[in-house]
Design a protein around this ligand. Structure first.
Ligand SMILES: O=C(O)CCC(=O)C(=O)O
Ligand SMILES: [Fe+2]
Length: 315
């Protein structure tokens, strides 16, 4: 099967598509209605991939809002219908390279988008997580909306280093707002990486908002000049990372309605976007209500990775 795939790139590196290094995510739609089976599958795989979980029309409605915002910002090709999400030639996305404005932009798209709020924070998905955790649940108030133009995908990382100050059972929900072929570039997970916590413990114990007060960069962080010295990336080369840790990179050609759930210690990244279409997705977080929650991502205007999130230590 892998012989028929196109060139797949991540961070500019062509992935090895042979069967022992690359594959498709295992589907869990067969067990989606059975909480015990979902828990078992999650423990085995470190993720749950449930195609067709949401009604496609509901996802399209949320997409419509994203494309309207991008069109208003002049980022879409005016010759194509906005809903197609075609990036305007030469559109300046440099504001998305700086983590602070990007973070504000992401959440603002979600807050003004009732269809997205309904999809992510009510109804079916809440019931799924209640069943999965076996108790009432809580979600972060912050929504990460990704608007990825042509270029590199997200570096390999685990989410724990960005949101690890609360429950260790926290889960990420990744939702595509478009049909994402491999060349548009969706999320990929490293198979078996949730079982590598011992090997990755030095990485997993870090927190991007903790800094060394006795190092030269401290003053710049405290003055808000730079957001951090270390941005949480595990490796900037998905090809060599896989060779080092083993397992296959697993992904899919996602369709609107699909969902992917994974834990804080599962290594993931995204494929490069080789097209002129934007790739839209959200990532949101859910946990048992009874457990502590990471205060950076809660409230009307979460502090995120801002100054109020910083913690100093002597290194
Ligand atoms: O969509 C992406 O490129 C990255 C998403 C991600 O890191 C996440 O869902 O935790
Ligand atoms: Fe992530």
């Amino acid at each position: 099967m892998n012989a028929t795939l196109p060139r797949i790139l991540a961070k500019g590196h062509e992935l090895d598509l042979s069967e022992h290094t690359f594959g498709e995510l295992r589907r869990s739609d067969d067990v989606a209605a059975d909480a015990a089976a979902l828990r078992q599958r999650f423990a085995e795989d470190g993720y749950l991939y449930i195609p067709g979980f949401f009604a496609r029309a509901d996802v399209v409605e949320a997409r419509q809002h994203i494309t309207t915002v991008l069109a208003q910002k002049g980022l879409l090709d005016p010759a194509c219908p906005a809903i197609e999400g075609v990036k305007k030639e030469g559109a300046d996305l440099s504001f998305l390279a700086d983590p602070r404005p990007t973070v504000d932009f992401m959440n603002s798209i979600a807050r003004a988008n009732p269809a997205m709020q309904r999809l992510l924070y009510s109804g079916k998905i809440i019931r799924l997580f209640e069943g999965f955790f076996g108790e009432s649940i809580r979600h972060f108030d912050f929504t990460w909306v990704r608007t990825m133009g042509k270029g590199f995908g997200t570096d390999p990382h685990c989410d724990n280093v960005y949101m690890g100050r609360g429950s260790s059972r926290l889960c990420t929900l990744w939702v595509p707002y478009g049909d994402i072929t491999y060349d548009i570039g969706g999320l990929m997970l490293l198979e078996g990486s949730h079982r590598q916590a011992e090997r990755l413990k030095h990485y997993l114990n870090r927190d991007v908002d903790t800094y060394c007060e006795n190092r030269p960069e401290a003053k710049r962080i405290e003055a808000g000049e730079i957001p951090w010295k270390w941005g949480g990336v595990l490796s900037n080369n998905p090809y060599t990372l896989r060779a080092h840790l083993g397992g296959r990179w697993l992904t899919a050609e996602y369709r609107m309605g699909d969902i992917l759930i994974f834990g804080m210690r599962t290594v993931h990244a995204s494929l490069d976007n080789q097209t002129h279409f934007f790739r839209f997705s959200t990532d949101t977080r859910y946990q048992p209500a009874s457990e502590p929650i990471d205060g950076r991502w809660i409230g009307e205007n979460p502090i995120g990775h801002g100054l109020a999130a910083k913690r100093s230590m002597i290194c």
